[in-house]
Design a protein around this ligand. Structure first.
Ligand code: NAD
Length: 249
């Protein structure tokens, strides 16, 4: 079976790392992107190679458009084509009410979670679209349950960027449906990853578990499984959809 190629942003940890490993086991060669955690990215790369994948590690800040251009140029040199993109890199900030949010915080949130994700998807479209000589492909974006719940008193800025990802997923899917590209998203709920500690709430997943109908936080591997399904031929008639991975939340 011919191996396919996927680029996963933010793959040095959490959902991105779990998706890289599952993709490697599912016959993908993997472009592993990271921002600052080179050690994490190298470890993920080694684990992917152990299950037979060819890998390359790329550094870029997705909040910087020049970095994104460089990332894709490096990808082009490393891999013959891009079959899938997992547009996973994202940030939260410390919990705050909107009246406490500084312009700097809001600009950073929007430039990484929304502008960055759109620019990354744009570069993928340029490589996948049959209109530009590509063979088609699949883009899976990372939204969040926050896109529907709003995250009042914590991260309304984050929730707004993820709601933007949902509607971007729908709009882009319509735009490229006739160019061989499917675009979908997952909306994780409370997932046990380091993102909560980065937002200053290391126990958030455990603390919120009782509010989940399934009474537990989800795992990065459960998100990876949903992402790989959306990437697969089993999802060949699914586009424009954001899939909840929330334990019912
Ligand atoms: P994580 O912190 O482990 O992963 C986020 C990744 O994005 C990291 O590898 C980080 O280095 C990368 N990143 C952050 N800023 C970047 C930048 N400026 N440039 C490049 N890369 C950058 O957390 P995670 O939970 O695995 O998050 C993955 C995605 O899932 C994010 O988009 C997040 O918003 C989304 N999500 C997570 C949860 C959850 O509960 N964990 C819930 C909903 C959505």
């Amino acid at each position: 079976m011919t191996r396919k190629t996927v680029l996963i942003t933010g793959a040095s940890s959490g959902i991105g790392a779990a998706t890289a490993l599952l993709a490697a086991k599912s016959n993908y060669d993997v472009g592993i992107h990271y921002n600052s955690d080179e050690r994490g990215a190298t470890l993920v790369s080694q684990l992917c190679q152990e299950v037979g994948a060819t890998t390359r590690v790329f550094q870029a800040n997705v909040g910087d458009s020049d970095d994104i251009t460089r990332l894709f140029n490096e990808f082009d040199l490393a891999f013959p084509k891009m079959d899938a993109l997992v547009n996973n890199a994202g940030i939260v900030d410390v919990p705050a009410r909107v009246d406490e949010m500084t312009p700097m915080r809001l600009h950073r949130m929007v430039s990484v979670n929304l502008v960055g994700a759109i620019l990354v998807a744009k570069e993928a479209v340029l490589r996948m679209s049959t209109q530009y000589g590509g063979d088609g492909g699949v883009i899976v974006n990372l939204s969040s349950a926050a896109a529907r719940l709003g995250s009042a008193n914590q991260y309304v800025d984050y929730a707004a960027t993820k709601a933007g990802i949902d509607i971007f997923t729908k709009g882009l899917s319509d735009e490229v449906a006739n160019e061989g590209i499917r675009v979908a998203a997952i909306r994780p709920g409370i997932i046990e990853t380091a993102i909560h500690a980065k937002g200053g709430l290391p126990d958030r997943a455990d603390d919120m578990a009782p509010s989940v109908p399934m009474q537990r936080a989800g795992t990065a591997e459960e998100c990876a499984a949903a992402i790989l399904f959306l990437m697969s031929e089993d999802a060949s008639y699914i586009t424009g959809t954001s899939l909840d991975v929330t334990g019912g939340r």
